[in-house]
Design a protein around this ligand. Structure first.
Ligand code: 4NP
Length: 144
């Protein structure tokens, strides 16, 4: 799960997908394309919305996406079109590019919609993001 800062959207996506899959079968992790928040806890507002739905994401710490992640992971879900461009720039071949998918295309195939960045908005943005990611992760979990 990849976003820009790895403190708002992708930690929620990681926590939500983890809650829907068996950890012995599916390994889920998250990262940001930017490194400003490496080592930090998720944003308080993400922690709060996750807690409201019974998820604890406080074990997560910010990481930066690495080109090696293309080798580690089978699927790389990005939150928005800007993340998509940033991630595929690091790919070394077509096989790696094909691992990268916009997460909302799981719900709205081919529409290339963004999960809006809630960082500069109010708390309601985090609730909206949670709902979008919950729907997308439900589809991903069923398929996996
Ligand atoms: P995220 O939100 O990509 O959903 O984690 C952001 C968090 C921090 C920043 C940008 C986006 N930032 O510029 O610090």
């Amino acid at each position: 799960m990849v976003c820009l800062g790895n403190i708002c959207r992708s930690p929620l996506a990681e926590g939500i997908l983890k809650s829907k899959v068996n950890a012995s079968e599916v390994f889920v992790d998250s990262a940001g394309t930017g490194g400003w928040h490496v080592g930090e806890l998720p944003d308080k507002r993400s922690i709060t919305v996750a807690k409201r739905y019974g998820l604890d994401i406080t074990d997560q710490r910010g990481k930066k996406f690495s080109p090696y992640d293309f080798e580690t992971y089978d699927h790389i879900f990005v939150m928005d079109n800007s993340n998509y461009r940033d991630v595929i720039q690091l790919a070394k071949d077509q096989t790696e590019i094909e691992k990268v998918k916009l997460i909302l295309n799981e719900v709205f195939p081919g529409e290339n919609m963004d999960v809006p960045d809630p960082y500069y908005g109010g708390d309601n943005g985090f609730e909206n993001v949670f709902q979008m990611l919950d729907e997308a992760c439900e589809k991903i979990a069923r398929r996996l």
